[in-house]
Design a protein around this ligand. Structure first.
Ligand SMILES: Cc1ncc(CO)c(N)n1
Length: 228
């Protein structure tokens, strides 16, 4: 068994829970409220900014240009293309995307997830960073594939663009390349590094579930912070 198959088995219960989550069901059956979509986009915009920063820190730990090229392509997709699922949510919520990009603090769960990624990026190995980032790709593809086959949406579905984006050929190829990279990487890792990679992967999966909860319940701090 390859290392990433092992990671997937370890988190199977979480993958299943995420697909059943009311926010995810709300995408499938077009029942999310505008304020839930807005909260998600406000938080996810900031989350993805951190995600690109983490790619940047991983870039500094790459040992060859093929690895760098791969990360560079991934950064481009987040910066230039992953705006489309957000724009889909904004269109349904009838808000301007630009208005959601400033003036909002990270909610507790988004804060937790961002700090988790940054802390691994600052003190962990390249393998640990890759394992921390992998659930982000994998879970959304898993969700979107499931919706494609169960709902079989067409252009009239409110979240057709979202579902199509995450179930696209490009996403699948990107996930396969990322898994191949991690599987090859772990052939040269010690058991200690592989344990840390398992732990970070699991934590990111837990936080993916909580992130949907955050948006669904409009999670916020009890008292506003100082900066925004
Ligand atoms: C929190 C989160 N996880 C995964 C993705 C998919 O890239 C996303 N946009 N946001």
């Amino acid at each position: 068994m390859q290392f990433t198959d092992e990671l997937r088995n370890l988190t199977d219960a979480l993958f299943k829970r995420i697909k059943r989550h009311p926010f995810v069901q709300g995408i499938a059956n077009e029942s999310l409220e505008p304020n839930q979509l807005i909260h998600y986009v406000q938080q996810d915009y900031q989350y993805l900014t951190t995600y690109v920063q983490v790619y940047g820190l991983a870039m500094a730990k790459c040992t060859n240009r093929d690895q760098m090229r791969d990360l560079h392509a991934r950064m481009r997709i987040v910066l230039e293309e992953e705006i489309h699922p957000h724009i889909n949510f904004c269109r349904v919520a009838q808000v301007d995307y630009r208005d959601l990009q400033t003036g909002v603090a990270l909610a507790p769960t988004a804060h937790h997830y961002a700090k988790h990624m940054l802390s691994v990026a600052q003190s962990g190995s390249l393998g640990e960073i890759l394992a921390t980032l992998l659930p982000c790709h994998w879970i959304y593809i898993d969700i979107a594939d499931d919706m494609m086959s169960r709902v079989q949406p067409n252009e009239t579905h409110a979240f057709y663009d979202w579902i199509r984006f995450y179930s696209s050929e490009e996403m699948h190829t990107g996930l396969a390349t990322f898994r191949d990279w991690i599987d090859a990487y772990t052939l040269n890792s010690g058991e200690r590094e592989r344990d840390l990679m398992r732990e970070h992967f699991l934590t990111s999966c837990q936080l993916e579930l909580r992130f949907f909860d955050m948006a669904y319940t409009l999670e916020d701090w009890a008292v506003r912070g100082l900066l925004v």
